[in-house]
Design a protein around this ligand. Structure first.
Ligand code: HEC
Length: 132
């Protein structure tokens, strides 16, 4: 530290501060992976499809399953996968938007992943249509 200029020390401080949220979320995921057990990334069922169709009438079980596959493939590169129950339904859409800005993800893939996470964030609550 003695040999670092003030400017370098400031830069170092900023970088440490930036990495804290990332480290914290990695830690949270590690906790969850050991505590949430198998099925943390659940397979959608016909009952999930029925709930989903109240909001997206055209959605099929295959669409939701494709969302799970894409989620596992596209979202596991930088950190462990968060279980859908990690966020409330409506909170997933902005999170997926934020994540998609970090890497190349086609718009329809983003939508498919977001639907899977929104639907699977809860097993029993009905999916309200967002206010528009
Ligand atoms: C290019 C690397 C990268 C990819 C790919 C990525 N993430 Fe992230 N993700 C991060 C980083 C870095 C953080 C911590 C900082 C932040 O929240 O922006 C994070 C944090 C998160 C968090 C916790 C923070 C919050 O706002 O809830 C969730 C949930 C998340 N990611 C979901 C996803 C999903 C869903 C995808 C796939 C669409 C994804 N991530 C793909 C880098 C990535």
């Amino acid at each position: 530290m003695r040999y670092l200029s003030i400017r370098h020390r400031l830069l170092l401080g900023t970088e440490l501060a930036r990495s804290v949220p990332a480290l914290a979320s990695v830690f949270l995921v590690a906790l969850c992976l050991s505590g949430c057990g198998p099925g943390a990334i659940p397979e959608p069922t016909a009952a999930d499809q029925a709930r989903a169709s109240e909001r997206w009438p055209e959605v099929t079980l295959a669409d939701l399953t494709a969302g799970r596959t894409l989620y596992v493939q596209k979202c596991s590169g930088c950190h462990s996968l968060y279980p859908p129950s990690f966020r409330a339904a409506e909170a997933w859409v902005p999170v997926v938007d934020k994540m998609a800005s970090k890497f190349a993800l086609e718009a329809d893939q983003k939508e498919t992943i977001a639907r899977y996470l929104v639907v699977m964030s809860t097993h029993d609550a009905p999916l309200a249509r967002p206010a528009d």
